[in-house]
Design a protein around this ligand. Structure first.
Ligand SMILES: Cc1cc2nc3c(=O)[nH]c(=O)nc-3n(C[C@H](O)[C@H](O)[C@H](O)COP(=O)(O)OP(=O)(O)OC[C@H]3O[C@@H](n4cnc5c(N)ncnc54)[C@H](O)[C@@H]3O)c2cc1C
Length: 308
């Protein structure tokens, strides 16, 4: 079973990087069950979903899906989409933040381009008091992403980023970020990484996530615990109780469509729960990474294929 899971994980992570399949998926639409975990192809389609989630008491972070951006023009279009999204969050009074990926804004093209795009987005976000979180991508981009985060955080306090517990470097990164009073989302990590940079064993990744959660909370920084894992959630609940950490200092985050009952239970217990809601035409890479994480997701994905 463990071997089977490892094979399917590697298989889906491999597929997540396949540009040909990405193009195919875009062309033929989200006929593969992606609509269960993606909020629609446009932000307008996602608005009623966000309103419903807010009505239930859940807060949201939206992410305009997009990877493999390799032209300046496309990166500027992506920045424009983020800005329109911020404006619509404000005009519809949605309880929502925005998550984004630096590669979609030109990280792989030039530092100037990504900074220019980020400044435009953050100025608009500041105007409407919308928080922006920079998602963390694969380890080759981690250093550059954190440098950009630190550079921008000085001028834009409503800026968060992500630290992944599977990376060896993350403990030091947390120390380094501490001076910036960071808003951090702590996760296990979703990309295929080598043993040179990441813990190969799940137990070590889980232990390190607990360690990072404790450290960031005790440092007094706002912490988003982004996991569907009962063990991590129970650990956090116990920790905040022991150290009298108020509920305003942290939140739980889960992906849209995952563990809906648990989201409601946490809400009932008085915790803040934020749902990560992706939208856009570029759902393919995101969808494949979710399949890699949890082969059980394959069941509803296939159901999606056959029910259309
Ligand atoms: C809000 C959010 C934002 C994220 N942002 C990033 C990011 O910027 N960069 C990045 O690399 N990764 C990101 N991730 C993904 C993250 O790194 C993990 O890959 C992903 O969350 C899977 O790890 P896990 O802690 O949820 O549990 P896992 O380690 O995958 O699973 C542990 C256990 O939890 C339970 N479980 C997990 N999922 C489910 C489910 N769907 N239904 C029922 N039980 C389940 C099962 O018992 C499972 O054995 C994000 C995740 C979330 C929730």
């Amino acid at each position: 079973m463990v071997i089977l899971e490892a094979i399917s994980k590697n298989f889906f992570l491999y597929l997540s990087n396949n540009k040909l399949l990405d193009r195919f998926a875009k062309r033929f639409g989200s006929n593969f069950g992606a609509d269960k975990i993606v909020g629609g192809e446009t932000f307008s389609q996602a608005i009623p979903l966000i309103q419903q989630l807010n009505y239930e008491g859940l807060v949201v972070t939206v992410d305009h899906l997009g990877e493999f951006v390799d032209s300046e023009e496309e990166s500027r279009d992506r920045a424009g989409e983020c800005i329109r999204c911020i404006q619509q969050i404000a005009s519809n009074q949605l309880q929502s933040e925005v998550s984004l990926k630096l590669t979609s804004l030109g990280l792989d093209i030039s530092h100037e381009l990504v900074m220019e795009n980020m400044e435009l987005i953050l100025k608009e976000a500041q105007k409407y008091n919308v928080t922006i979180t920079i998602d963390m991508e694969d380890s080759s981009r981690c250093g550059a992403t954190l440098e950009i985060y630190k550079e921008l955080k000085k001028d834009y306090p409503n800026l968060g980023t992500v630290v992944q517990s599977y990376l060896y470097r993350s403990n030091e990164d947390l120390d380094d970020l501490n001076d910036y009073q960071p808003y951090l989302r702590l996760v296990k990590g979703a990309y295929k990484e080598s043993g040179k940079v990441a813990f190969p064993e799940k137990k070590l990744v889980d232990d390190n996530l607990k360690h990072l959660i404790k450290k960031n909370l005790l440092n007094g920084n706002y912490t988003a615990i982004a996991s569907h894992d009962d063990a991590i959630i129970d650990y956090t609940k116990q920790l905040v109780k022991e150290h009298n950490i108020p509920k305003e200092r942290f939140e739980f985050q889960m992906l849209y469509g995952m563990r809906n009952q648990l989201q409601k239970d946490l809400l009932q217990e008085g915790y803040t729960v934020r749902v990560y809601l992706p939208y856009g035409e570029d759902w393919y890479g995101y969808f494949m990474r979710r399949l890699a994480e949890r082969p059980a997701n394959i069941a509803f994905a296939l159901k999606g294929v056959f029910s259309k």
